[in-house]
Design a protein around this ligand. Sequence first.
Ligand SMILES: Nc1nc2c(ncn2[C@@H]2O[C@H](COP(=O)(O)OP(=O)(O)OP(=O)(O)O)[C@@H](O)[C@H]2O)c(=O)[nH]1
Ligand SMILES: [Mg+2]
Length: 295
Amino acid sequence: MSTELTHKSGYVAIVGKPNAGKSTLMNQILGTKLSIATHKAQTTRHQIVGIHSEENAQVIFLDTPGIINPKYELQKAMMRFVEKAEKEADVILFIVESDESNIPDYAFEQLKHLRKPVLLVINKIDTESQEHVEKLKEDLNRKFKFSETVFVSALEGIGIQGLMESIINTLKPGPPFYPKDELSEHPLRFFASELIREQLFLQFHEELPYSATVEVIQYEEREDLDYINAEVIVNRKSQKGMIIGKGGRAIKKLGTESRKSIEEFVDRKVFLDLHVKVREKWRENENMVRNLGYR
Ligand SMILES: Nc1nc2c(ncn2[C@@H]2O[C@H](COP(=O)(O)OP(=O)(O)OP(=O)(O)O)[C@@H](O)[C@H]2O)c(=O)[nH]1
Ligand SMILES: [Mg+2]
């Protein structure tokens, strides 16, 4: 058989509760930090597309926000991303932490409605005994008919190759959808705003990172460097003050660390022009949520 006939391709949605390790898993598979990942829950807000290509297969991953019970407009928009990803996908990876004990029933209900192959991925096996994760596998397989169960540590890269084999086995024959050297369909400005948002999560406490968003006003690939003009948008004046900090120290650090991580991502010099703006209640306001790119 020629390789064209045996080439496989398809969309794989990565879903699960906040902090399960969805973004870390996708980054590990792609070998690059495409999706920001932090120790805080609800880091991912958009659907992040990552493309993994091999000679005979192309797998397009959809990293999604964690499944939650939505309260705000932003969270409702986040859940629509999860539903959309599940609908678009050919295969679903349902990822759980190895110490998970409380998966809400509505998550299983949602999976049942989809009638698609769902692989159970038990993550963070570096933190639990084998006995414990085997028991979790049994418990979860009683609740839903998973097509397979795979154990991984996304952080340490354990079990990733086996997972890829399972995924590719589940996919149907098909041509590649993207050029084989492409990693994502998002423009650079999107990654820039995400990397700044990651620094917000790392440098500010409590609700501040959750009530902020980042908009890249201008992204210019100049000859000598990438010029980026970006705005951090917050709900209240007091939050603006916190982001700027005493004598501008906080925003300076935010800018420097963001610039470094963008430089690492694009692998060239970056000039980052960073400002803060107040837009009252952007998070609760559905129009604003849409304007900022959430549907
Ligand atoms: N020990 C250990 N930690 C992990 C593993 N995978 C992910 N983590 C950590 O778990 C935390 C959450 O990881 P993320 O990848 O951001 O999780 P997520 O599911 O994308 O989270 P949201 O986007 O907030 O829904 C981070 O601190 C990761 O470093 C793993 O295999 N082992
Ligand atoms: Mg994530």
